[in-house]
Design a protein around this ligand. Structure first.
Ligand SMILES: [Zn+2]
Length: 129
C-alpha cells in the first residue's frame, strides 16, 4: 500500500467516525424527546427499539472504525488478523475497517451462517463473529 492509499483510507475512516458520532447524538436526542411524549406506548416501544438497534449498529461500526484507526497507528493496518497475510488495497478501499482478508472473511461468514463447523474456525479463537 502506498502513502496516498493509506492517507485516503485514514481520511475515510476519520470521516466515517465523525459521521457516526454526529448521527448517534442526533438519534439519542430523538429517543429522549419521544419518551417524554404521550404517544401510544406500543409505537413508542417500537420506535425506541429501532433507535436502540441503530445505536447498536453505530457502536459496532464505530468499534470497527476505531480499531482500524488504531491499527494504522501501530502499523498493523492492512494485515489480516487471522492469517497475517496482507489485505488487498482493493478490499480496504471497499471496506476500510476490514480486519480480515477476503479468504478469512468468507470463512468467518460461512461459520457465522453455520455452514462450516466451529471447531476449525480461526475467527472463533480470535473472538471474531
Ligand atoms: Zn486472512
Amino acid at each position: 500500500m502506498n502513502h496516498t492509499d493509506f492517507d485516503l483510507l485514514k481520511a475515510d475512516l476519520q470521516t466515517r467516525l465523525a459521521t457516526i458520532a454526529a448521527g448517534s447524538d442526533k438519534r439519542g436526542d430523538i429517543a429522549i424527546q419521544q419518551s417524554a411524549d404521550s404517544l401510544d406506548q406500543t409505537q413508542l416501544a417500537t420506535e425506541r427499539d429501532l433507535v436502540v438497534s441503530l445505536l447498536n449498529r453505530d457502536s459496532q461500526m464505530s468499534r470497527l472504525v476505531k480499531g482500524a484507526l488504531r491499527r494504522m497507528e501501530d502499523g498493523t493496518y492492512g494485515t489480516c488478523l487471522a492469517c497475517e497475510d496482507p489485505v488487498s488495497v482493493k478490499r480496504l478501499q471497499a471496506v476500510p475497517w476490514a480486519e480480515l482478508c477476503l479468504r478469512c472473511q468468507e470463512r468467518s461468514d460461512l461459520t457465522a451462517a453455520g455452514v462450516l463447523g466451529a471447531e476449525h474456525d480461526e475467527g472463533v479463537k480470535l473472538g471474531i463473529g
